[in-house]
Design a protein around this ligand. Structure first.
Ligand code: MRU
Length: 354
């Protein structure tokens, strides 16, 4: 089975949240059904479901599962009060499951707000489910718009370096940065991808390479440490990455290693694009310093496939993300079009719908 046989890497089917367990790829493509808040939180925590938009979709359905877990909806004001309490509990638990990807908080709060006007418990559940389904469909549509905007922007760029995984596994649709690659390929334009392996959890080597090989798009995996040599050697026409949270001034949190790539791109005069939907933009964060960076377990760095790499006594620092200053970013490719500097203004206008 390849991913084409699935409608989406995150899907709602028969009252369950179905996800591709990304920890098993590329060896095995397995779909797991989640039925409780605890299972969603666990899947988010171990990166079975990952990538900012997919995290948001999972969080939205997590709220729906939190309501279902309480049993059939009870009638009357007491039933409504109980459902509201269930919703708040689920939302509070889910919202913090991964702290950097703002799509999670955004999606969970959207579902909660949509259900707020319910007049009984059954309606509250219907509204929550309808909103979660809307979030999933909107993400799919946002991916298509980003892919087309990116294709037009990068029409003359063929050799693209990307980081982490930003494709069909990371969203409900085609992806963000990788969606642009898919759009170029679908339009018959030549495109080749250099995928940085993305230590420590190897989303580039495991997931991006798997997606592109399945799609028949040329992909070359490089160690993260080879990116500079590739750029200096003239092998890269543009760098294209996703994002987990973009501050109001354009500072961008993304997978650890993104900042290094941005510095290298600037030093080599290579354009550096960030691709992401407006749901990943956080106007509440004025700049990068306001973005909470998720810290991950030491074992992700100190071990590899069960083998010890570093002495147990060694300390480990394992931030999941870093912040790229807006000054290193050429443009944002979003579902509202391409945003160019000055970003404070273009981001505010896009978020205001202008
Ligand atoms: O820790 P992960 O694998 O969830 O990190 C994912 C990334 O950093 C992606 O680049 C980002 O979420 C954008 S995915 C479309």
């Amino acid at each position: 089975m390849d991913l084409d046989l699935l409608r989406s890497a995150v899907a709602w089917r028969d009252g369950r949240l179905e996800i591709v367990d990304q920890t098993l790829l590329p060896e095995r493509l397995a779909v797991v059904g989640l039925t409780s808040v605890a299972e969603v939180v666990e899947a988010l925590g171990r990166l079975a479901v990952r990538g900012a938009p997919a995290i948001g979709v999972a969080g939205a359905f997590g709220v729906v599962l939190g309501l279902a877990e309480a049993g059939p909806p009870r009638p009357g004001p007491e039933g409504l009060a109980a459902a509201r309490a269930d919703l708040e509990r689920a939302a509070a638990t889910l919202e913090v499951a991964r702290p950097t990807a703002v799509n999670l908080r955004w999606a969970v709060r959207r579902v909660a707000a949509a259900a707020a006007g319910a007049t009984d418990a059954a309606e509250l559940r219907r509204l929550a489910l309808a909103e979660a389904l809307a979030i999933l469909e909107e993400d799919r549509a946002a991916c298509a718009r980003m892919a087309e905007a990116g294709r037009a922007e990068l029409a003359t760029r063929q050799r693209l370096l990307t980081h982490c995984n930003t494709g069909r596994l990371a969203t409900a649709g085609l992806g963000t940065a990788l969606g642009v690659v898919y759009a170029k390929a679908a339009a018959g334009e030549p495109v080749q991808v250099l995928a940085s392996e993305t230590r420590p959890l190897l989303q580039g080597a495991r997931l991006t390479a798997w997606e592109l090989v399945n799609a028949g798009i040329p992909v070359t995996v490089v160690a993260d440490t080879a990116a500079g040599a590739a750029m200096a050697g003239g092998l890269v026409d543009a760098v294209l990455v996703g994002c987990d949270r973009v501050a109001a001034n354009g500072d961008t949190a993304n997978k650890i290693g993104t900042y290094s790539l941005a510095v290298l791109a600037r030093a080599n005069r290579i354009p550096f694009y960030v691709v992401g939907p407006l749901s990943t933009f956080d106007p509440e964060a004025a700049g990068g310093a306001a973005i909470e960076i998720e810290q991950r377990p030491a074992a992700e760095v100190a071990t590899l496939a069960g083998r010890t790499l570093a002495p147990e006594a060694a300390a480990v620092w394992n931030p999941a993300f870093d912040v790229t200053p807006a000054t290193l970013i050429t443009a944002f490719i979003t579902d509202a079009g391409v945003l160019r500097p000055p970003f404070e203004r273009s981001i505010a206008a896009a978020l205001a719908g202008g």
